[in-house]
Design a protein around this ligand. Structure first.
Ligand code: ADP
Ligand code: MG
Length: 336
């Protein structure tokens, strides 16, 4: 089983950033309102994600590290309509098989069983042979921490492919940036080697708070230089920001596309966006945007790839044209 997990890790765990992504997604699925990401030496030496979400009951801690033990799918049919970020139950066991992993959690007092009235934190760790140690008592506020040390310590061939500390941290920061853009309602703190890199307050619903986060994550001036966009057609909804044509040249590419809250890469949508920009500006350039597409869950399949950054649309032509038109219209207004 340990070996199966290590093989699965090959698909999900590429570098510290991919670990951070899976851990943050779990925290968001757990309904957290605050995230702390603490990284040492690019995350190779140690990384920890702490949340204030719902926590994991003592008796489910070991289970969370078992393969396909997701709590997010009631039955297989749910794969048709995945609403959470995680759903495969692979991430924690995979990460645990290629690192030294500790999982610490504490549930809300009123979420706990009447029998298990102890309002306490518990911890499990994965031993070298893959067996789970614990649960043992621990100190932790309500929520969950996952600490991952010495990534790939037991797979030298994979470890060799890690880049410098600096490069690995840049990947971590990019992952945090992507998730923090999608969830301005969640407070985020990112530290590297003890230094605070990002400290983002939870936006309170005011547009200014969201703009402030855009500027912090994408560079001062992003919000001001962008056009906000909000368009709907039948079941499709698109909102977000596209860089104003006048500023398109001055900035590096910043392209963030979310489908139902999940950051994805999609050639069809990239094409639609590029097309919209070149139609309005009469030449192709690399547009900057942060866009959120929402559509009914049954119109999009997210279970295409284990790392979950690709999707398949049921009505791809319709999605393409909707996006192209919405951006085209907004850009045309912005030019005037
Ligand atoms: P998945 O996210 O696909 O369900 P994971 O391996 O990432 O699988 O996580 C396994 C399970 O552990 C989750 O389904 C969830 O029940 C639990 N879990 C993991 N991280 C957290 C967290 N931060 N807070 C609460 N529960 C968590
Ligand atoms: Mg997960």
């Amino acid at each position: 089983d340990h070996l199966v997990n290590q093989i699965a890790a090959g698909e999900v765990v590429e570098r510290p950033a991919s670990v951070v992504k899976e851990l943050i997604e779990n925290s968001l699925d757990a309904g957290c309102s605050r995230l702390e990401i603490d990284v040492e030496q690019g995350g190779i030496k140690r990384l920890r994600v702490r949340d204030d979400g719902g926590g994991i009951p003592r008796e489910q801690l070991a289970l969370a590290l078992a393969r396909h033990a997701t709590s997010k799918l009631a039955e297989l049919a749910d794969l048709e309509v995945v609403g959470t970020l995680g759903f495969r139950g692979e991430a924690l066991p995979s990460i645990a098989s290629v690192s030294r992993l500790t999982l610490t959690s504490r549930q809300h007092a009123d979420a706990q069983d009447v029998q298990d009235a102890s309002d306490a934190a518990w911890e499990v760790a994965v031993a070298l042979d893959g067996h789970v140690d614990g649960p043992r008592p621990a100190a932790h506020p309500v929520g969950t921490s996952v600490e991952v040390r010495d990534l790939f310590f037991n797979i030298p061939a994979r470890r060799k492919f890690l880049r410098t500390e600096k490069t690995e941290f840049e990947h971590v920061e990019q992952v945090v940036r992507r998730l923090a853009l999608a969830r301005p309602d969640v407070a985020v703190e990112l530290r590297h080697n003890g230094r605070v890199i990002h400290q983002l307050a939870a936006a309170d619903g005011q547009p200014e708070a969201v703009w402030a986060r855009l500027d912090r994550l994408l560079g001062a001036g992003f919000a001001e230089q962008s056009l906000e966009l909000d368009a709907s057609a039948v079941a499709l909804h698109l909102h977000g920001w596209v860089r104003r044509p006048a500023f398109a040249r001055s900035q590096p590419d910043q392209q963030f596309l979310y489908v139902n809250g999940r950051l994805i890469r999609d050639r069809l949508i990239s094409h639609a966006i590029r097309q919209a920009f070149s139609d309005v500006l009469h030449h192709t350039r690399h547009p900057s945007y942060v866009l959120f597409l929402e559509l009914p869950l049954h119109l999009v399949d997210v279970n295409v790839h284990p790392a979950k950054h690709e999707v398949r649309f049921r009505e791809s032509r319709q999605v393409h044209d909707f996006i192209q038109n919405a951006i085209q219209r907004r850009l045309a207004q912005g030019v005037l």
